[in-house]
Design a protein around this ligand. Structure first.
Ligand code: UFG
Length: 323
C-alpha cells in the first residue's frame, strides 16, 4: 500500500508508521511537528514537514508519491484543553480536516482512515459501549471528532469517499522493543504522568475527582496498548484497499480500570511508593468509558495482544526509564 500518514510523528501516528514499515508498505509521514517529534519517525521513511491546511504542498506530496490512502492522525486531542480553547479545536480539527478532504478529492485519493475517539459518546448509559449507541459528547474535543465523522459520511454519500473511523478509548503504553513511546509536551495523560511521578520528575500524581459514581469514586477508563491500536489501522487500510465499505469501529480492551487502580498497578510495577493527591474534577470528564470492540474483531479480525494493564504500564515504564 502507498500510504500518507498525517501526524505520523506523533504518539499513535509513529507507532502506526512502525507497523506499516514492518509490513513493507510505502509510507510518507506528513506532520507540522507542532506536537510530534521527527525522531519518532523510523529511519528510511520519507518525512515532509507540512500543515494539512497547506493544500498546495499536500497536493504535491499526494501526487508525487502516488498515494492511495491517507491515515489522518494530525489533530489536537486533549479533553481538558478543548474546554478552555474551543476555537483552537474547531480550527485544528474540523477546518484542517476539511482542507485535507478537499485536497484528497482534488488529487483523486478517496480512501481515509480517521482517528476518532471514545469522547464522541459522552456519558453513555450502558457499558460496554457499542458503535450504535447514541453519540452525545460532553467535551469540545469529542464534538470536533463527531463533526468530522458527519463530514466523512456526507462525503462518502456525495463523492464516493471510502473511510474507516476508529474510535479510540485510552491509548497508552509504548513500543514493545522501545522504538518509540509517549512524549507529549505538556503531558496531561494519566499513565505517563504517573510514571514521571515514579521517576521523581513530579512531586505527586493528582486524582481528578474522587466523587464519581464508580466503586472507588474515580473515573473508569478502558486502556488500550498503542501497538494494538496501530495494528487496527493497518487492518482498516487493507479493508479499504480491498474495496471494503465505510465503517466505524471502537478500539478498546473491554476492561475498565479506575484512576486509583491504575495508580496501584503502577506502584506495583515500578516498586515506587510515590505520592498521590486528591484533586477537583477536571471539566469534560465522563465517569466511565469502556468499549465493546466486538465489531472490529468480527469484521476485520482485530485481536489486542498487548493490552493487559500490566503490559501497558510495563512497556511505558521501560520507555520512560530510557527516555
Ligand atoms: N487523570 C487524573 N490525573 C491526571 C491525569 C488524568 O486523575 O493527572 C484522570 C482523568 O481525569 C481521567 C483519566 O485519568 O479520568 C484518564 O485521563 P487522560 O487525560 O489520560 O485521558 P482522557 O480519558 O481524558 O482522554 C483520552 C485521550 C482522548 C480520548 C479519551 C477517550 O486523551 O483523546 O482518552 O477515552 F478521547
Amino acid at each position: 500500500m502507498r500510504v500518507l500518514v498525517t501526524g505520523g510523528a506523533g504518539y499513535i501516528g509513529s507507532h502506526t508508521v512502525h507497523e506499516l514499515v514492518r509490513e513493507d508498505h510505502h509510507v510518507v509521514v506528513y506532520d507540522n511537528l507542532s506536537k510530534g517529534h521527527k525522531s519518532a519517525v523510523p529511519a528510511g521513511v520519507k518525512f515532509v514537514k507540512g500543515d494539512i491546511r497547506d493544500q498546495e504542498l499536500l497536493a504535491q506530496v499526494l501526487k508525487e508519491n502516488e498515494i492511495e490512502t491517507v491515515v489522518h492522525f494530525a489533530a489536537d486531542s486533549l479533553v481538558g484543553e478543548s474546554m478552555q480553547q474551543p476555537a483552537k479545536y474547531y480550527h485544528n480539527n474540523v477546518v484542517a480536516t476539511l482542507a485535507l478532504l478537499d485536497t484528497m478529492r482534488e488529487c483523486a485519493v478517496n480512501k481515509i482512515v480517521f482517528s476518532s475517539t471514545a469522547a464522541v459518546y459522552g456519558e453513555p448509559e450502558q457499558w460496554p459501549i457499542t458503535e450504535d449507541m447514541p453519540t452525545c459528547p460532553t467535551n469540545v474535543y469529542g464534538r470536533t471528532k463527531l463533526i468530522i465523522e458527519g463530514i466523512l459520511a456526507d462525503f462518502a454519500m456525495a463523492y464516493g469517499l471510502k473511510y474507516v473511523s476508529l474510535r479510540y478509548f485510552n491509548a497508552a503504553g509504548a513500543h514493545i522493543e522501545g522504538l518509540t513511546g509517549e512524549d507529549h509536551n505538556p503531558e496531561t495523560h494519566l499513565v505517563p504522568l504517573i510514571l514521571k511521578t515514579a521517576l521523581g520528575q513530579r512531586e505527586a500524581i493528582s486524582i481528578y475527582g474522587t466523587d464519581y459514581s464508580t466503586p472507588d469514586g474515580t473515573c473508569i477508563r478502558d486502556y488500550i496498548h498503542v501497538t494494538d491500536l496501530a495494528a487496527a489501522h493497518v487492518l482498516a487500510l487493507k479493508h479499504l484497499v480491498h474495496g471494503g465499505e465505510c465503517r466505524v469501529y471502537n478500539l478498546g480492551s473491554q476492561a475498565g480500570f479506575s484512576v486509583r487502580e491504575v495508580i496501584d498497578k503502577a506502584k506495583e510495577i515500578t516498586g515506587v511508593d510515590f505520592a498521590v493527591r486528591e484533586d477537583e474534577r477536571r471539566a469534560g470528564d465522563p465517569a466511565v468509558l469502556v468499549a465493546s470492540s466486538a465489531r472490529i474483531k468480527a469484521e476485520l479480525g482485530w485481536k489486542p495482544v498487548w493490552s493487559q494493564l500490566n503490559q501497558i504500564i510495563s512497556s511505558a515504564w521501560a520507555w520512560h526509564r530510557k527516555n
